[in-house]
Design a binder for this molecule. Sequence first.
Ligand code: UDP
Ligand code: MG
Length: 315
Amino acid sequence: MKDLELSIIIPVYNEEGNIEELYDKIVLAMSKLNISYEIIFVNDGSNDQTQIILEKVYKRSKIPIKIIEFGKNYKKSMAYSAGFDNADGKYCITMDGDLQDDPFEIEKFINKMKKGYNFVSGWRKKRNVGKGTSSIFSKFFNKIISISFKISIHDIDCPFRLIRTDIAKSLNLYEGNYRFIPLLALEKGAKITEIPIKNLPRKWGKSKYSNKKLKEGFFDYLTQFFLFKYRKKPMHFFGTFGIISIILGLLILFYMAILWFCNVRPIGNRPLFFLGILLFITGIQLFSTGFIAENVFRSFPGSNKEYTIEKILKK
Ligand code: UDP
Ligand code: MG
C-alpha cells in the first residue's frame, strides 16, 4: 500500500449543521489534487446531533475516514492531540469544522510544503470575528508574540495549518496552548512559513469562544510567554530576581550595620531595616524556588531530549 500523504484533522464541538457540507467540500476539493488523504473528525464531547451526523458521513464515505468521539468536552488542545496521535498521513492539515476555512485552499498549503517548509500557517488577512472579539486586540497580540518570540507570522492562532506529522505528534498540547502551536513547533525546529487565506463567515451555529476570548487569551499569553521563555531554565527567572533582591537586602543591612556600629542612631525601629530583612529573605526564597523548579524540570523523563530529526543518513 502506498503511504498516506495527508491527514485532514477537524475538531468539532456542536457542529451538526456544518459537518456534511464540510465533508463534501473537502472530498470535492481533494478530488482535484493527486494526493492520498484521510479525514479525521474529533468530536469534542458535543451534546447535539454531531456524533450521529459524523457516523452517517462515516458510513457513506469512500475515502479513509476516522471518527474519534470524546466522552466530554476536553477542549481544542486535546482534540488536536487525539487527531495527531491517530494521524497516518505524512503531513497533517488542521482546519475548523464551521466552514470558516475553505477546503479548496488546501492546495496552497501543499504547494508551500513542496517548497521545503514543514509548517505552513494560514493568515486570515480579513478576519470574520465573532461578536465581542476585538480584531485590534488580536492584531496587537499577534504583533507582541511575533516580536517577543522572533517568529515572523501574522496570525499565530489561525486554525488552518499544515504540519509535518512527526512534529505535530511531538507537540506537548494542553489547555489553551493550541493557540500557540507555531511557537511549540518552532521549539521543535519546524521550518515555518505562512500564506494568506480567506476567512469565511461561520456557516451554521455560533462561535464557542467570542465572549471569553479576550480575558482567556490574555492569561494564556502570559502563561505561554513565561513557559516559553523559562520552562527549560527557571533558574534564569527566579535566580535573577532572587540575586537582585539578596544584593539590595544585603546593601541595606550593611548600611544599617554601619549606623549601628557608629552608634549614629537606633536602627531597630527604622522601616529601611525591615525592608532590608524582607528583601534578603524574599531573595533567598526566590533563589530556592528557581533551584527546585530547575531540579523538577530536569528530573522529568524525556525533558532533556526534546528534538525532532530532519533526516538521518545511515550505511
Ligand atoms: N471546538 C472544539 N472544542 C471546543 C470548542 C470549539 O473542538 O471546546 C471546535 C469548533 O467546533 C470549531 C473550532 O473548534 O470547529 C473553532 O471554534 P469556533 O468556530 O467556535 O471558534 P472561532 O472561529 O469563533 O474562534
Ligand atoms: Mg470559527
